[in-house]
Ligand binder design. Sequence first.
Ligand code: GLP
Length: 234
Amino acid sequence: MKIVIDEIHDINVMVCKEITKLVNNTPDAVLGLATGSTPLGVYQNLIDDYKENKTDYSGVKTFNLDEYVGLDIDHEQSYHTYMRKNLFDHINIDLNNTFFPSLENPSAYSELIKEHNIDLQILGVGSNGHIGFNEPYTSFDQETSYVTLAESTINDNKRFFNSIDDVPKGAITMGLKDIMSAKRIILIAFGKNKAQAIKQLINGVEDEAWPVTILKRHPYVTVYLDKDAASLLE
Ligand code: GLP
């Protein structure tokens, strides 16, 4: 596992460059994408790069990690809306090539991922160590499934909603096994509230109580941290 500790601005630029390099070298690249506040700077850099360099996404396919259950896909806080607003509407990607897990057929999403083989998966991490919406004690063998959100996740995400009661209680998420099938993984974490999860990942052992620790098994992971997220590292 490679660990990079740097300023948020520089990390956003570096991760953007990793993505554009892949897309330029592999026009039919398959990207795994995350939502949340963490990747927003990377997406903004991709949009700026597209304006300047016309990086071509017409052959690119994307697989998003997760989506809330109980929100219409056009809801302003749905991850479909997030991706359109923060990336897809600003680059030349074909929306038919952008995939999200759905409640109707979770296992079909795992099958589709197996078929397409994600070249690069971008990940954030929850303060409780979740990746995607795979909450603590999810089996490391889990494929795409419906999940009940942890109390702490509902609390973390209430900032995006009018009140805590509006935060969905469930989601559909790519499974840990699907995430691990990506050829390469980039995990980004900013802020003190991620420090414990990052300590478990880097100084701890593989432990289903901290889903992020499954990444210790992956042969090609880069972890980008700001100083705060790295503050508990030994
Ligand atoms: C969210 C998403 C995750 C994300 C994480 C951290 O709920 N399901 O994919 O990585 O929690 O979010 P943030 O980047 O806003 O801290």
